[in-house]
Structure formats: structure tokens, C-alpha cells
Write a protein that binds this ligand. Structure first.
Ligand code: C5P
Length: 230
């Protein structure tokens, strides 16, 4: 049974406010996406990588991220879509996976994921039929409508969903194709599996696994990376 990783890295990064797409910005002197790819290239449980990058940035990606050494496990680099969900679906379609192979989906802009969580995540995905990495929220969360609080959900049940999210190939492929057919757009992959009535487990991750989205995230990521290297 093989393990595939689909890495969506086809976002425009508008919230970063920079000319360069955020996955190509430098972190510790290398593109963010190179750090992310290294996590999986180096891990013995991972067999194949599929990278989703806009067609117009694929040459840049080959030069600046893949480089002359290349990534031994990289099987395909495919164009992305309008929404993250479209990009993941296109990445899944490029996986030459068997139904019971596991697929891990991981944002290209989460370079600080702790690879020690890959094994527990894969084990949970095998046992439950799907698993994601997440952390409990630290703040109180409010539901707000028209600048007024409409509700305060109990904090002890609230978790932040991170990536990687791992599923058997047949499950995640069906979830994505059904979402497309139904015109449903979710903000993560697990939610597409949840809407099929299937269980998804949560493996407790860590708060350093930030998604680099806005300029302050990059400052934080530099500090977290420097702390890792001490
Ligand atoms: O936009 P967001 O921060 O949620 O993006 C999370 C990940 O999904 C990023 O790695 C981004 O490049 C990717 N993405 C994508 N295709 C899109 C939008 C986002 O691959 N259309």
C-alpha cells in the first residue's frame, strides 16, 4: 500500500500583498515550498508527491524550488484551479493511486509541520477512514452577525483544522468528485468527507504548524524556523 502526498500550491496569495506568490517567498533563505517538499521527500513512509502549481509559475518552480537535484519522489506537477478545492481535485486526478493507497493533502504554505506526526496520522487514517491534524483553540470564538455577537460556542469542543489531512484514495476522490457534482465548496478536505457521513479522526498537532497567509505569518515563521535550528 503506497502513500501519496498532494501539495496544493496554486494560490494567488492576495492576502500577502506581495508580487511573488507566497509559496515562493523566502523563508530561512529558501522558498517556503522547498521546506514543505523536504518534509515529505525525507520521510520514509512517503512514496509519491504530486505538486499543484499554476502553469505560469511551473518554470519558476522548477528553477527555484525543484532545482538541479530534483525531488526523487515527485511524480507530477499539475496546474491548479480557481479555489483550493479545485487545485486539490486536479492533484488527486494526477495520482496513479490504488483505491486503498493513502493520500495526504498538505498546504504548500505550511512548511513548519512536524514530520514526526506523519506516522500517527497515517495510522489514524487507516483505522478510521480519514484523519487530520488539528489543535484546540486558545481563544474564545464568537459567531458575529452585523457586528453583534450571535453566539459563543463552547470552547472545549473547538479545534483548528490544519493539514496534513489523510484519507484512503477512494474516499477522498469520491468526496471531491461528489462536491464538484453538487456545486459544494468547503474550506478543507475533511469537510467534503464529513458531508458523505463518514468519520474523520483528529490527531493533536502543534501550534507551530502555521499557514503562511499574511505578512506577519512570515515574521513568525522565520522565528519558529530559527528556534528549530538551535
Ligand atoms: O488560500 P489558502 O491560504 O487557504 O491556501 C492554502 C493552500 O492552498 C496554499 O498552499 C495555496 O497555494 C493553495 N491553493 C491552491 N489553489 C487555489 C488556492 C489556494 O492550490 N486556488
Amino acid at each position: 500500500m503506497a502513500v501519496w502526498v498532494v501539495i496544493p500550491a496554486a494560490g494567488m496569495g492576495r492576502r500577502m500583498g506581495s508580487e511573488t506568490s507566497k509559496q515562493f517567498l523566502q523563508l530561512g533563505g529558501r522558498p517556503i515550498l522547498a521546506h514543505t517538499l523536504d518534509l515529505f521527500e525525507r520521510h520514509s513512509a512517503i512514496d509519491h508527491l504530486v505538486l499543484v502549481v499554476p502553469a505560469r509559475e511551473q518554470e519558476l518552480c522548477r528553477q527555484q524550488v525543484v532545482g538541479p537535484g530534483g525531488y526523487r519522489k515527485l511524480r507530477a506537477m499539475v496546474d491548479g484551479g480557481v479555489e483550493r478545492q479545485d487545485s486539490v481535485r486536479l492533484g488527486l486526478r494526477a495520482c496513479l493511486a490504488a483505491d486503498d493507497d493513502l493520500v495526504l493533502i498538505h498546504d504548500g504554505v505550511r512548511p513548519l509541520f512536524d514530520a514526526a506526526l506523519i506516522e500517527p496520522l497515517l495510522a489514524a487514517a487507516r483505522e478510521t477512514g480519514g484523519a487530520i491534524v488539528g489543535v484546540p483553540v486558545k481563544d474564545t470564538v464568537k459567531v458575529v452577525e452585523d457586528s453583534l455577537i450571535a453566539g459563543t460556542p463552547r470552547r472545549d469542543r473547538l479545534w483548528l483544522a490544519q493539514t496534513p489531512q489523510a484519507f484512503p484514495f477512494a474516499v477522498i476522490r469520491e468526496a471531491h468528485e461528489r462536491a464538484l457534482a453538487d456545486g459544494h465548496v468547503g474550506t478543507d478536505d475533511a469537510s467534503l468527507v464529513e458531508r458523505l457521513g463518514r468519520p474523520v479522526a483528529v490527531v493533536r498537532g502543534d501550534y507551530r504548524n502555521i499557514k503562511i497567509t499574511t505578512p506577519e505569518d512570515l515574521i513568525l515563521a522565520e522565528a519558529l524556523l530559527a528556534a528549530q535550528e538551535v
